[in-house]
Structure formats: structure tokens, C-alpha cells
Design a protein around this ligand. Structure first.
Ligand SMILES: Nc1ncnc2c1ncn2[C@@H]1O[C@H](COP(=O)(O)OP(=O)(O)OP(=O)(O)O)[C@@H](O)[C@H]1O
Length: 253
């Protein structure tokens, strides 16, 4: 066994927030939040209304700048990037999904899903082909030619999820993604989203106040009044150090 063989079984951290502070006027939303997200893990951000969940998500996604603290993604301080650089990152390596998927009503469902690829310079035919594959993964490929207004809420949100994953981001940020859906449609969406994310190795951060939604996550980060009160790290496999081979072991072996 090599001295660092244990590292090969440790899932790498893909995103970290360190001591994040953010206020809106005199209202503190985050009071020094730190968290680490590993590649491919599905994490729920929970807590009561106003505890800072959405603010944390938006800071980690590079949508909102923290007043203090750092956000590291893939070795880069994304809180220090320009707006143009952050928005490029959100078109490529980070995906963002909101409660209402915000499909563009004038575009077909297929065009909507292809949009992030088109904005990144892909050819129309290829982008539509890839979009159709992603719609298929969410069971709505037959709706590609329709307009968003002709779809149910659940179908629209599945198309929005397909759009948020079409660039195969390393992290998907989802704010109350099932909040506008009935419980059956919400469960279908979460089942498909978590399955596809696992298949692709995409980490997913889901802001939710619903226990049923949090149950789909491997770990729960709980906020209270702008602070983390529990980050589920006792349940996380890499937080508890495992016995590893020492140099002495190697010399003996
Ligand atoms: N754009 C804003 N302008 C002013 N205050 C804001 C803004 N966004 C958030 N806040 C305040 O910051 C605090 C945290 O809000 P945030 O939306 O992050 O909480 P939340 O846990 O996501 O709440 P909810 O579950 O109700 O969506 C709240 O006091 C909220 O009123």
C-alpha cells in the first residue's frame, strides 16, 4: 500500500464557502458560514424561513457577492471574479435552478434546453440534439417542439432541470426546485434529478424547507439565523479519519 493510497478513496471537495458574511442593509443574512461540498454529493440546505438558505446558495453559486469570506471552486476564488467571469462559470461548470424554472416563453422546450449550449457557441443542430437527449433523461423528450405555456408545471420544471444540467455542470444549485409542484410531481422530479446527478457525478445543493425533499440528500446543512447549526458532518464518510497506512507499515510490507 502506498503512503497516500487512502486519498484515492476520498472524494474530493469541489466547492467551499469560508466564513461567509452577507447583510441586506441592516439585516444580517449570513453571519460567518463555512461549508464544504464534495464532488457528486447531494446536500440539502435547510432551516426556518429567513435563516439565510437562499443567500448562502446564491453566494456559493457566484450570483451574489458576500460582504466577507471566500468561495472556492476548483481552486478559484469565485467571489473575486468579475461578473462576466462568474456568468461564464454559471454557463459552464455551475448550474442554477429556481423554484419556477423560468423557461423562455417564446422558445420551444427544446430550444430552451439547448440555450446554454447555444450561448456557449455550440451549433444549433448539435445543441438541439443534446437538448433532446437531456429531455429524454427526464422523460419529456416528446415535448421538445412545444412551448412552455403548453406544459404542466411538473413538465416545465423537468425541462428546466434538463436545461440546468445540459452543460454537465460540476455543481447544481437548486432553490426550492419542487416548491411550485404537487407532491407527486415533486417526488418524480427529485427521483430523476438525484439519479441523473449521481450518474453524472454532479454535486447538487438543494435549498428546501420540506423534510421530504431533504430526505433525498446524503447530507443536510441546517441554518439558524444566518449560522450553521448542523452540517451533517458526522454522517459524512470523509470527515471521520480512517486508519491509513503509515510509512512504517509500508516499510514492513
Ligand atoms: N434582496 C434582499 N433584500 C433585503 N433583505 C433580504 C434580501 N434577501 C434576503 N433578505 C433577508 O435576509 C435574510 C435571509 O434571507 P434568505 O432569503 O436567505 O432566507 P431563507 O432561509 O432562504 O428564507 P425562506 O425560506 O423564507 O426563503 C432574511 O431576513 C431576509 O429578509
Amino acid at each position: 500500500m502506498t503512503p497516500n493510497a487512502h486519498l484515492e478513496t476520498t472524494t474530493a471537495t469541489v466547492l467551499t464557502g469560508t466564513d461567509l458574511v452577507r447583510s441586506f442593509g441592516k439585516t444580517p443574512a449570513l453571519r460567518g458560514v463555512s461549508c464544504a461540498i464534495r464532488a457528486g454529493e447531494i446536500v440539502a440546505i435547510t432551516g426556518p424561513s429567513g435563516s439565510g438558505k437562499s443567500t448562502l446558495l446564491l453566494c456559493l453559486a457566484g450570483v451574489l457577492a458576500p460582504d466577507a469570506g471566500a468561495v472556492n471552486f476548483g481552486g478559484r476564488r469565485i467571489d473575486q471574479l468579475s461578473e462576466a467571469e462568474r456568468s461564464r462559470l454559471r454557463r459552464t461548470e455551475l448550474g442554477v435552478l429556481f423554484q419556477f424554472g423560468q423557461l423562455v416563453p417564446e422558445l420551444t422546450v427544446g430550444e430552451n434546453v439547448a440555450l446554454p449550449l447555444l450561448l456557449s457557441g455550440a451549433r444549433r443542430r448539435e445543441a438541439l440534439g443534446t437538448a433532446s437527449e437531456w429531455l429524454d433523461r427526464f422523460g419529456v423528450a416528446d415535448l421538445a417542439q412545444r412551448y412552455p405555456g403548453e406544459l404542466s408545471g411538473g413538465q416545465q420544471q423537468r425541462a428546466a432541470v434538463a436545461r440546468s444540467l445540459v452543460t454537465e455542470p460540476r455543481v447544481l444549485f437548486a432553490d426550492e426546485p419542487t416548491g411550485a409542484l404537487d407532491s407527486l410531481a415533486g417526488e418524480q422530479l427529485l427521483t430523476q434529478l438525484t439519479r441523473v446527478a449521481r450518474e453524472n457525478g454532479t454535486a447538487v445543493l438543494i435549498v428546501t424547507h420540506e423534510a421530504q425533499v431533504a430526505a433525498y440528500a446524503q447530507r443536510e446543512i441546517t441554518l439558524w439565523d444566518g449560522s450553521v447549526v448542523d452540517d451533517g458532518s458526522t454522517a459524512a464518510p470523509t470527515e471521520a479519519p480512517q486508519p491509513v497506512a503509515t510509512f512504517e507499515d509500508d516499510e514492513e510490507g
